[in-house]
Design a binder for this molecule. Structure first.
Ligand code: FAD
Length: 303
């Protein structure tokens, strides 16, 4: 039997660890996870949040003969009260042999169903995870980190991108060179990660400041240092040519053939502005900049 690239895994909460004031790691277990397939990095997954009684409306999510596109269409057609919320997260650590995965949740209150679920989660609670199936011949979907042969990297994001950034940084080769800027709510939210010696990791505590301000300042500061080092570099027309408008929230180049690579993820407004700064102000080739709006201030995720 051939397998679709994505399937829905039935899981339950095995462990809950408070990593910091705003990060909670939830370990999910389930026999199905034996077939969870991914290389980690910024692998995205979808979480189907159960109703209060732990149930979900069956639209064919567990029928392995159906693709996600098929059941998703039926899910969208459901009336609101029957439609379980679906939200996008990152796999922090896949351990298929132990039939476990870790997901690091940002606790941002109880307004959103995913954050509310994580805040109230107890060992044994069910959660449904849509992720890659190791038995499928189509692999590699949902990973946007594609640095190719880049010789230096800029990685910037907020707390929602922290799980992806931690996995990416841990995967860097020992001779990697670059800068990592991560904005988190408080100083106590800076997590322990090991990075190669040539990679400078900066945790930026927001405190009472507005979202994105410290991240933007850190990237601008990096840009000044870079500009001083690249004073004579020529900027090609292809690098500067880009579609106008702010509606693009997600663009990921396939690969770069050397030089710089930037990966930006987090609140859409902040990330879009940072990407514009890199491309328009600093003249960095847009084909070397991956940027991803992970969420948008004031707006629930449109599933
Ligand atoms: C590829 C990808 C990977 C992601 N990985 C992770 C991950 O590993 N861990 C993680 O925690 N998040 C991650 N996110 C972000 C997460 O999907 C959003 O934060 C999502 O909105 C959370 O859903 P919710 O039900 O809690 O809130 P929603 O119902 O979507 O939103 C409710 C309200 O909360 C606001 N809101 C949403 N997120 C935040 C936040 N972080 N801080 C403050 N206000 C917020 C919204 O603007 C809205 O006003 C990822 C997103 C993407 C696209």
């Amino acid at each position: 039997m051939s397998h679709h690239p994505y399937r829905t895994f039935r899981t339950t909460v095995a462990r809950i660890i408070a990593l910091s004031p705003h990060f909670t790691r939830i370990t999910l277990q389930g026999d199905d996870l034996e077939h969870f397939g991914t290389d980690g990095l910024d692998q995205r997954i979808k979480l189907i949040i159960p109703f209060a009684d732990g149930s979900i409306t069956d639209v064919g999510q567990f029928d392995e003969s159906q693709s996600m596109t098929e059941w998703y269409r039926r899910w969208r057609a459901l009336p609101d009260e029957q439609r379980n919320p679906i939200r996008t997260y990152t796999i922090r650590s896949p351990r298929p042999q132990a039939r476990e995965i870790d997901v690091d949740f940002v606790l941002h209150g109880t307004e959103g169903p995913a954050s509310a679920w994580a805040t109230a989660a107890r060992v044994g609670d069910p959660l449904f995870v849509v992720g890659p199936d190791s038995r499928s011949e189509e692999q590699g979907g949902g990973i946007e980190w594609r640095p190719g042969a880049a010789t230096s990297v800029l990685i910037a994001g907020d707390e929602t991108a922290t799980p992806a950034i931690c996995s990416i940084v841990e995967s860097l080769p020992a001779d990697a060179v670059g800068e990592v800027c991560i904005e988190v709510p408080t100083e106590a939210d800076a997590l322990a990660i090991s990075a190669p010696s040539g990679v400078n990791v900066r945790w930026l505590a927001r405190g009472s400041g507005a979202h994105g301000v410290r991240l933007s300042a850190a990237v601008h500061e990096w840009g000044l240092r870079r500009a001083a080092a690249h004073r004579d570099a020529a900027v090609s027309e292809a690098a500067l040519a880009e579609p106008e408008g702010d509606e693009i929230l997600w663009e990921v180049p396939d690969a770069v053939d050397g030089g710089e690579y930037a990966w930006l993820a987090g609140e859409a407004g902040t990330i879009t502005a940072l990407r514009r700064h890199l491309v328009r102000d600093l003249g960095i080739d847009r084909r070397s900049v991956a940027f991803m709006g992970y969420w948008r201030e004031g707006r629930a995720e449109a599933s």
